[in-house]
Design a protein around this ligand. Sequence first.
Ligand code: ATP
Ligand code: PYR
Ligand code: K
Ligand code: MG
Length: 586
Amino acid sequence: MALRVVRVDVGWCGLDVSGFDHKGVRGNGRCTVKFGRKRAGAGARLVPAVRCSSVVRTEEKSVGADVTRLERAVVERGFEVDTRVEGELKEGGFRSVRRTKLVATIGPSCCTYEQLEALASSGVNVARLNMCHGTHEWHREVIKNCRRLNAEKGYGIAVMIDTEGSEIHMGDLGGASSAKAEDGEEWCFTVRKFSGPLPAYTLPVNYEGFAEDVKAGDELVVDGGMVRFEVLEKVGPDVKCKCTDPGILLPCANLTVWRDGHMAREKSATLPTISSKDWVDIDFGILEGVDFIAVSFVKSSEVIKHLKSYVAARSPDRSIGVIAKIEDADSLRCLDDIIRVSDGVMVARGDLGAQMPLEQVPSVQEAIVDACRKLNKPVIVASQLLESMIEYPTPTRAEVADVSNAVRQKADALMLSGESAMGLHPQKAIEVLRGVSLRMEHWSREEGHSETTSLPEISKSETGRTSEQICNSAAQIANKLGADAIFVYTRRGYMASLLSRNRPDCPIFAFTESSHEMRRMDLQWGVVPFQFAFRKDLESNLLQSVSLLKANGMVKPGNLVVAVSDVSSSSQSAGILQSIQVHVVS
Ligand SMILES: Nc1ncnc2c1ncn2[C@@H]1O[C@H](COP(=O)(O)OP(=O)(O)OP(=O)(O)O)[C@@H](O)[C@H]1O
Ligand SMILES: CC(=O)C(=O)O
Ligand SMILES: [K+]
Ligand SMILES: [Mg+2]
């Protein structure tokens, strides 16, 4: 039997071990972890005692101060939970937990360790990195900071990369954070490449066929109408334009070309959804162990299927969630197909609003949120939720109403873009999202303003249908009994998602063995992920988790818990598929 010291990092990348025994953590924070014996006939698998995630390196010496708070949490306490949720539970009890999840785009305003910590402490669940901007070194540093925060401070922040896609947009502004275009000024849009500062009144465009595609008289719309130009003439790679609607130009701003009142798409319409640059960025994401990859301008379910099989082949032991961004009319035509094959969806209102009449965006948002819930996939509502907070420390009343509306629709998550990436008040913006979410959730739930949504049956297989019915019933039982929480023991999060789909009155505590699955579940409405070593059946899991939470002051006598499980047990092999248990904490 090998005796080895393992550095356990409940962070991002690295290998998952099947399990190991532990001697415990000593007062000085040193921890020796001993591998168990090989199970007979089970090859290299080890007898699991405490299951833990992401062993980054193994070495023959003691790790001493390397042992982080979270490492100790799993070894000492037998479970792990995001430290922010733990605080909420201890302070306000089960029902106080926020159900709507928060995504923040990371940019120059919030990328240092301290700035990220400020966002994390205000409740960010997912950090989004837009691959349109920054270098791989820059993104790697942000990911490293997020990991460090998780390891040192006990947060469970997930990372999402977002592809650039092939749509036409401007390049960076030679290092400038913005440029101002005045009425009547002449500007040159060009496909020429520049290193360093740009010549005056010049804007690079990413799409090589740009000059071929546009015609004199076309209208160029920047960022859905922030600035407009009229095309005067084409000279080789340059397109000379006159500003007709003045405003601020931002780096990598989206460009659409309009002709005779319609969006002109020409050859750009045939560009691949995932460009060669995107594949390089996706490889980077896989290598860095990100939790989600969001794909811009998805036009069909095929591209999602293709990416999912690529990711599965490149990252066989660690699934990465593929999020389809809905940002144009093409994706709406096959919305249900796209949702079915994706692991989640983003309502990308920024580009949606540039690609279709603005007044259609609210109803499209509602339709997408609704379809995602019906098809059991998490949905993120993104862009301009608090746009004025890029500059001002307080949102407009209309913005608060917009955020409230998304929460009332029961979207899984809300996302900040420029507000966090390059705004003056990233932390305040997250606090507004948090405060408005909590208030609106309370209003819907406790003040009886919730509407019931009928959910279609989605599962095809017998076990899937059983899980679905069990989860629907468990959610109903929990609501009728006024339960404090639903506990679900789940390997890949499927049962947790089926419960979340019901949007029950109480939070869903989802116990899983992998810290990676934990982070993936943290995009779902009302799901509170825990890492926990499974016991032999539902009853032992329930008793063990309740007693662990009780010992840590996170449940109280009298709390009512409804429990379900998709973890196979001895009774399942005896023919009892699944059951619902109701437990009062003694
Ligand atoms: N990594 C970054 N570096 C510099 N600036 C950034 C970065 N990420 C975002 N920004 C700034 O924040 C603004 C909003 O960011 P975001 O990524 O959400 O843009 P978006 O237009 O909503 O997304 P997309 O390009 O996917 O449609 C950008 O226009 C850019 O100015
Ligand atoms: C987020 C994004 O890509 C959009 O709103 O267009
Ligand atoms: K993008
Ligand atoms: Mg977009």
